[in-house]
Design a protein around this ligand. Structure first.
Ligand code: PGA
Length: 246
């Protein structure tokens, strides 16, 4: 595991973009596992700039997003499908046919999850999986629970997640209470992981993820068992970790 501590959000975003750019230069047809939320937006902006300057191309790239609210239409501006088009896909040379996001209107979530896992499996494991981390330790929408969920599945969102995500909605009542998420097992098939975290609100859970015991109560703690993890933090998110180990 490699941990980078950047000065602030912008430097964290820059470092994350550099890691992805390096991969795309070495492997133009890479499979990218992508994430939504506030954290990766700056990194996507950097990647858009690099693409505009001709430094990287997404022409041969395929992408697989972690999760989607349920039920939600792709056209809803709160859907993660919309988010990805708005924050990345519409601004780079990716072929939208090669982008994949769990279907927020699936009639049968179990069948959707199985089909999604087969798609991800067909890549042989995505080359890099981008992750944020929830204040409760979730990755994707794998909320704290008693077991690590192996497969892509429907989930009821944790109260903490609903509260945290309310900032993107007009009111907390509008936040969806269900989602479809890649399972922990699906995430762990990634060849490499890039987790980004920013801000002092993430400091306690960052420390817990890296120094605490591996437990499904802190889903991100499973990353201690992955063989190729890069964690990019800004100073605020790294503060409690650093004060513990220094
Ligand atoms: P955030 O969400 O980037 O909006 O903080 C991270 C997450 O919930 O995984």
């Amino acid at each position: 595991m490699t941990i980078y501590v950047a000065k602030n959000y912008d430097e964290m975003s820059q470092k994350g973009a550099e890691i992805i750019a390096e991969l795309l230069k070495a492997k133009p047809d890479a499979a990218l596992g992508l994430a939504t939320g506030g954290t990766p937006v700056g990194m996507y902006k950097e990647l858009i700039e690099m693409n505009k300057k001709g430094e990287i191309s997404f022409k041969e790239v395929s992408s697989y997003n972690l999760d989607e609210y349920y039920p939600i239409e792709k056209t809803n501006d709160q859907s993660y499908d919309y988010f990805m088009r708005d924050n990345l896909f519409n601004h780079v040379d990716i072929d939208i046919k090669n982008t994949h996001i769990p279907n927020g209107m699936a009639a049968d979530c179990a069948a959707e999850g199985k089909a999604y896992d087969e798609l991800v499996r067909a890549t042989g494991g995505v080359d890099i999986q981008v992750l944020g981390i929830g204040g409760n330790g979730h990755i994707g929408f794998n909320e704290p629970c008693d077991v690590f969920d192996p497969i892509t599945h429907q989930v009821t969102l944790d109260e903490r997640t609903i509260k945290d995500n309310a900032r993107f909605f007009n009111s907390i009542e509008e936040v969806p209470t269900q989602a479809i998420t890649m399972g922990i097992g699906t995430i762990m098939t990634a060849k490499s992981i890039l987790l980004l975290a920013s801000g002092k609100g993430k400091a306690p859970i960052v420390k817990e993820m890296l120094l605490g015991k591996v437990t499904p109560q802190v889903p991100a703690s499973i990353l201690q068992f992955h063989k190729d993890v890069k964690i990019v933090l800004d100073e605020e998110a790294a503060a409690e970790l650093l004060s513990e180990i220094e």
